[in-house]
Design a protein. Sequence first.
Length: 75
Amino acid sequence: MSAVRTTVSLEDNLLKLLKLKAVETSSSISSLLNDIVKDAFNEDADDLKSFEDRKDESTISFESFLQELKADGRL
C-alpha cells in the first residue's frame, strides 16, 4: 500500500497526546493516525450495516414510548 504525504493541522493538545502515544507504543504518529482514521471508517460502516439490517423494524416515537412507560408504571 502506498502512502501519500499531506499536511494536517492538529490542536496542540491532540498533537501532544499523539506524540506521547507514539512513544508509549513504539509507533509513528502516521501509523497512529492511519489506525484512528481506519477505525472511524470501520465504525461508520458497521453503523450503516446496522441501519440496513434494522430498516424493516417498526418504529415508535419518543413521546409514544415515554407515554407507554408511564402507563405501565415503569417510569
